[in-house]
Design a protein around this ligand. Structure first.
Ligand code: GRF
Length: 198
């Protein structure tokens, strides 16, 4: 699920294509028309659904529509790869222990939007030398919280600009997200195999 540039989606698509990630992207859902993530998905063979909120639509109603679309793809794992909406329980309860989010900060730090910019500003104010990235499950409506699957420290250098730091963050995100999804996919498939064996 995406909302913007889609560079993490691209990392997943590329990893699947080259066999680094043994998985199939069964569908891409985007809540915003016209963003680069849609073009990236369209360049692959993956079906894309653009589902924008209607005027005055309340979160519950939008999340019900979203839930139906995502259910239609029957995913084993739902990846929030830069999906910039808070999901409510009406959606999350449909996919227990299956929704994974990528947060551009260390666990428990800088929840919400613009975490990269905020970390960089804090580093220039001399009280931060690093930030990081986290891949975590989304069990409930908490913002950027939930059981951590993986995290990594990303340094902020004295001569960084916001652009160089942002680039480093995204590079590390692409690697950590694919690695973590790979581990998770193996666990999901061995679980399914053992269930099948019963
Ligand atoms: C990433 O920094 C991710 O951590 C955050 O949103 C950004 C999405 O980037 N949740 P992209 O759309 O994948 O390029």
């Amino acid at each position: 699920m995406v909302s913007g540039n889609g560079s993490n989606l691209q990392a997943i698509l590329d990893a699947c294509e080259y066999g680094w990630l043994v998985a199939d992207v069964v569908g891409v859902v985007c809540n915003k028309a016209g963003v680069p993530a849609i073009a990236r998905a369209e360049r692959s063979t993956v079906p894309v659904v653009i589902l924008e909120p209607l005027v005055d639509e309340v979160r519950h109603d939008y999340d019900l529509r979203l839930r139906a679309v995502v259910q239609g793809f029957d995913p084993d794992i739902v990846v929030l790869a830069g999906f910039m909406r808070i999901l409510s329980n009406v959606f999350l309860q449909q996919f227990p222990a299956r929704v994974v989010n990528l947060h551009p900060a260390l666990p428990g730090e800088l929840p919400g939007t613009h975490a990269i910019e905020r970390a960089f500003t804090e580093s220039r104010d001399n009280w931060r030398t690093h930030s990081g990235i986290t891949v975590h499950f989304v069990p409930d409506e908490g913002v950027d919280t939930g059981p951590v699957l993986a995290s990594e420290v990303v340094p902020i250098h004295a001569d960084d600009t916001l652009e160089t730091f942002t680039e480093r963050m995204h590079e590390r995100e692409h690697v950590l997200l694919v690695q973590t999804l790979s581990d998770l996919c193996q666990k999901v498939s061995s679980l399914q195999d053992s269930e099948l064996a019963l």
